[in-house]
Ligand binder design. Structure first.
Ligand SMILES: N[C@@H](CCC[C@H](N)C(=O)O)C(=O)O
Length: 278
């Protein structure tokens, strides 16, 4: 397929609160991203580097469709921050302040706020063990693991631990243990959260397929849902992540997440780099 790109493959580099993305706009030509391409572009030394790669595709049912890849080449069913970043780009393209998109999760709605942040409805949280998924029937609000974390699905799996001090957690040691724990047949994202004040949480994340990232939008949504269910907070919270702040509002129509978006630079993946990857 490399011959389709004699002048290379254009991409955009974006981030939402420091969660960074390579975005490839494949509208009008069909999907091109492979696991091998995602791994190669995701390499921070030999490629571009990203936490997730997002590919925009045409959709018959919404303004566009979006697929997500982690930097290890695995697919993800949801990526809240990339959804906000790409929606901002698409709102610019369509000269609108709201867009509808389709992900593996289903139809999502995104809006630009008056202050320039972008808000997306990430849908209803998944609380059933099969939807998350877990390997066997469990009380998803109290998993049988040290610290009794909460399992929440947001179109992707999350395991949320509430701890006294999220800063004190040894994330590189703890994260991979739970990412690969047998309770999670599709692996999981792992969040450690502590209460900073009324309706304000600190969250650090170890992402499935990407490791430590500066922010995880779906993880912030999962943490807010878990905190509200545990009675630690109300349903509208601020989540302080390493890369900034995300505002989560768990409403009757779904979990809304608002935060900053940035398009940093555009580039072209050269034909010789692409050789054998498409
Ligand atoms: N950074 C994301 C989540 C990306 C996907 C995740 N690593 C997975 O494999 O589920 C976000 O902003 O939601």
């Amino acid at each position: 397929m490399t011959e389709l790109f004699p002048h290379g493959l254009p991409f955009m580099k974006m981030h939402g609160a420091g969660n960074d993305f390579v975005v490839i706009d494949s509208r009008g030509r069909g999907a091109v991203v492979t696991a091998a391409l995602a791994r190669a572009v995701g390499d921070r030394n030999r490629g571009v580097g990203f936490d997730q790669l997002a590919e925009i595709r045409d959709s018959a049912e919404a303004d566009f469709a979006l697929d997500f890849w982690n930097s290890d080449g695995s697919r993800a069913g949801a990526c809240g921050n990339a959804t906000r970043c790409v929606s901002d780009y698409m709102m610019g393209q369509l000269a609108r302040d709201a867009v509808e998109l389709v992900t593996q999760r289903g139809r999502l709605l995104a809006r630009r706020l008056p202050d320039g942040r972008v808000s997306v409805n990430m849908g209803h949280p998944q609380r059933d063990w099969q939807e998350i998924p877990l390997a066997a029937p469990q009380d998803t609000a109290h998993l049988p693991l040290p610290g009794t974390p909460v399992a929440v699905g947001m179109g992707n799996p999350h395991c949320v631990f509430f701890v006294a001090d999220a800063e004190a957690v040894d994330l590189p040691a703890e994260g991979p243990v739970y990412e690969h724990h047998a309770l999670f047949p599709e692996r999981t994202n792992v969040e450690f959260a502590s209460l900073l004040g009324p309706d304000r949480l600190r969250m650090r994340v170890w992402e499935r397929g990407a490791g430590i990232t500066l922010a995880c939008g779906s993880g912030a949504c999962a943490t807010a849902v878990a905190a509200a269910e545990r009675g630690l907070t109300g349903r509208k919270v601020e989540i302080v992540v390493d890369g900034g702040m995300l505002e989560i509002d768990w409403r009757d129509d779904g979990v809304w997440m608002a935060g900053p978006v940035a398009r940093v630079f555009d580039g072209i993946l050269r034909p010789d780099f692409l050789s054998g990857l498409l």
